[in-house]
Design a protein. Structure first.
Length: 163
């Protein structure tokens, strides 16, 4: 199946889960119904929805197992409601995990960490910074982006000799 907003297949829509168990058709259908709401909830909770597909995939498998264990027939339950509860619980749990980030030091330690010996370390550093940025509130994120812009401008002025 595809994401309603695009022609690309959605990552979490599989006939068989990661554990090799078949996914119920009613759960897959419900997942498509609530996908936009789940993505918006992820955006609201952590400022991004990059982890939402994986969390949706896990919730779909969990709800499918739950309905199979309880012996529910296909399309006889409020599957969309059950799935929305499961995905919201996963999203909140992930948001709490993001809030538990530990600071590694002040700005001087962070600037020392910016020096990357190879491209993989630079990529990891950029991903760490993106994760950290997502965990900030709107005001702090705006301040960080302003400081980034200021540093880019100073660097540009040093390169071009324009003061």
């Amino acid at each position: 199946m595809t994401d309603p907003g695009s022609n690309a297949p959605v990552r979490w829509d599989k006939e068989v889960g990661a554990a090799g168990r078949p996914i119920r058709l009613d759960v897959r259908t419900a997942a498509h119904q609530i996908w936009d709401a789940a993505r918006k909830q992820a955006q609201h909770l952590w400022g991004g929805a990059s982890e939402a597909p994986e969390l949706m995939e896990n919730a779909v498998a969990q709800v499918s197992r739950y309905l199979d264990r309880s012996g529910a027939d296909l399309f006889t339950q409020n599957t969309a409601g059950i799935l929305m509860c499961a995905i919201c619980r996963s999203l909140r749990r992930y948001a709490r995990k993001l809030r538990r980030l530990e600071l590694v030091g002040g700005s001087s330690e962070l600037s020392e960490r910016r020096i990357a010996p190879d491209w993989t370390a630079l990529v990891e550093l950029r991903l760490d910074l993106e994760r950290l940025t997502r965990s900030l509130n709107d005001k702090s994120r705006t301040m960080l982006n302003s400081r980034r812009l200021h540093h880019y401008l100073v660097y540009y002025q040093l390169l071009t000799g324009e003061f």
